[in-house]
Design a protein around this ligand. Structure first.
Ligand code: BTN
Length: 265
């Protein structure tokens, strides 16, 4: 792990209460989530960020590899919400909403949320969120939220060919590079705001906003829940964060974990 001194530039003009008061900036690391977990175990404060230019072993949900070359924004934040594990599982929506609102505000684009943790631009994945939690007696000790944004990478040059159809980047979409420092700061500010609201007011408001960007609702989808494949119309994400699918028979099926893909006919 090669380490850079904390960048004063990343913190410049960052008017937050807790988030980003402490930032560990690395040139290269296996995974920012792994570093954040270690820091959290040693007592690092809520709102501590770990950012790395490159990840050699970045990973996503279900242990999938997350390619993290130079040019992307790869970060993790330590959270210590006083919540039960079930409620803290909703934090992935908090982070998703923060990413969408940040991209909308900075680049005037129209990102979409895709259940449960993807952010799409032009129907391709531009960002992913990974939430990992440590609990004791059903209470949360810490949550690590990892966010990967394909910012200044050219997908066809930096990512393997099998991702070319499904992934995109801000650079590919906008036709130019974005300022990573600015993207980072805006995201930190949003994240703190939405997180604080979520803690104060509960999940409803966050979910309502997240759903505004969820264009998969109303679409035919195929979901994989554990080993089961479910096909039907995505009709909602319920107050527990589960995807509700209407099967052809009319029966409603709640999917609580897994992946969703669109069925284009
Ligand atoms: C997914 O789409 O499955 C989630 C991808 C999350 C990737 C980010 S990049 C920063 C952080 N460190 C990791 O190893 N993963 C997350």
């Amino acid at each position: 792990m090669s380490r850079e001194p904390i960048s004063s530039k990343l913190q410049e003009g960052l008017y937050t209460k807790r988030f980003g008061r402490s930032i560990v900036l690395l040139r290269q690391v296996n995974s920012t989530n792994e570093v954040a977990k270690q820091l959290a175990m040693y007592g690092a404060a809520e709102g501590t960020f770990v950012v790395s230019e490159v990840q050699t072993n970045g990973y996503g949900r279900r242990g999938r590899r997350w390619f993290s070359p130079k040019g992307g924004l790869w970060l993790s934040v330590i959270l210590r919400p006083r919540l039960k594990a079930n409620d803290a599982a909703r934090l992935v929506f908090v982070a998703g909403l923060a990413v969408v609102e940040t991209l909308r505000e900075l680049y005037n684009v129209a990102p979409e949320t895709k259940w449960p943790n993807d952010i799409l631009l032009d129907r391709r994945k531009v960002a992913g969120i990974l939430s990992e939690m440590s609990t004791r007696n059903k209470k949360v000790r810490y949550v690590i939220i990892g966010i990967g944004i394909n910012a200044n990478i050219k997908v066809a040059q930096a990512l393997p060919v099998e991702l070319w159809k499904t992934a995109t980047s801000l650079r590919d979409e906008l036709g130019k590079k974005v300022e990573l420092d600015r993207l980072f700061r805006s995201l930190v500010v949003r994240l703190e705001k939405i997180y604080d609201r979520f803690l104060e007011d509960g999940f409803d408001r966050t979910l309502r906003k997240w759903k505004k960007y969820a264009s998969f609702i109303g679409q035919k989808v195929q979901a994989t829940d554990a080993e089961e494949k479910v096909e039907g119309l995505a009709i909602d994400v319920d107050c527990e964060g589960a995807l509700v699918i209407q099967l052809e028979s009319g029966e409603l099926k709640r999917v609580t974990s897994g992946d969703v893909s669109f069925i284009f006919s």
